[in-house]
Design a protein around this ligand. Structure first.
Ligand SMILES: [Zn+2]
Length: 286
């Protein structure tokens, strides 16, 4: 008697597992197993934190003004619009005296949930290292070993000596780009930029968003490419430069957590069926 339910469960899971990609299937595992993009017309599907990408392209691992880092992860795939943006921003970096940019994770060949990130799913997110590139001819092995730099002081309220005016200008150039939806960066950088930006013409500053982590890289999120109906833009940003709100991050956010507060409940891992239905086709395409 007691064995029967577990047998039923086993058979059901077996059925769901073999029934195809739309059935209960861990999305992170399923998408990470696909190392190559689909031959579809490029399209971002769904949202940055619940989506996938068709017809992705690889950022060439080295270019005149960039290198992709940590190639072993195979996270250098994105929407062609993202790859174009990265190449252009890396050229812009040469105008502030950098050799270009070291580029971290974009996404998987077909997008979907990625190890180590909540977003980066629809081919429109990219992490860019805060380490100014020394050489742009690093070997693959060197790119596995080398680390970025931290720009946050130990008190987490200020930037440290690694943060420079050149960093600021690169972030500003990115934020002024109409293709950019928002940029995530450690809160002290946001406050520093708020203090230094001129009084007028600060609308771009609203796109610089303070967030946890992001003290060794900044994260650029692009808007949906024009005309892509299957792509969901994130909720609009609040109006204004976001400077007054940013103070919370270096005050209340740093206070010790209330020991009596309820523990946050871990979200169950995304299943393929949680993503837009087109993502099941992206996953199963040859
Ligand atoms: Zn990121």
């Amino acid at each position: 008697m007691t064995r029967l339910p577990s047998l039923v469960f086993l058979l059901t899971s077996l059925f769901l597992y073999t029934a195809g990609p739309t059935a209960a299937q861990d999305a992170k595992r399923a998408f990470s197993a696909k190392g190559t993009p689909t031959a579809h017309q490029p399209a971002s599907i769904g949202a940055h934190a619940k989506g996938c990408v068709a017809g992705a392209v690889a950022l060439p691992e080295s270019g005149p003004t960039w290198q992709a880092m940590r190639l072993s992860r195979n996270h250098y795939w994105g929407h062609p619009a993202t790859v174009e943006f990265i190449e252009q921003l890396s050229r812009a970096a040469t105008q502030v005296g950098w050799n270009g940019l070291y580029v971290g994770d974009i996404g998987q060949a077909r997008g979907g949930p990625v190890q180590g990130h909540a977003s980066h799913q629809s081919g429109l997110d990219v992490d860019i290292w805060l380490l100014p590139p020394g050489r742009l001819d690093l070997s693959r092995a060197e790119r596995e070993k080398i680390s970025s730099i931290n720009v946050r002081a130990p008190n987490q309220k200020q930037v440290n000596g690694n943060w420079t005016r050149a960093h600021e200008r690169i972030l500003e150039a990115a934020a002024r780009d109409p293709r950019v939806n928002r940029i995530f960066i450690t809160p002290p950088v946001k406050l520093k930029m708020c203090a230094e930006a001129p009084k007028r013409d600060r609308a771009w500053l609203g796109k610089i968003r303070p967030w946890w982590g992001h003290n060794e890289h900044f994260h650029v999120r692009l808007n949906c490419p024009k005309g892509e109906r299957g792509c969901e833009d994130p909720a609009p940003l609040p109006a204004g430069d976001g400077c007054a709100e940013a103070v919370w991050w270096v005050t209340e956010a740093l206070e010790p957590p209330d020991p009596n507060a309820p523990k946050p409940v871990a979200k169950p891992p995304l299943q393929v069926a949680d993503l837009p239905p087109q993502c099941a086709s992206v996953l199963s395409a040859r």
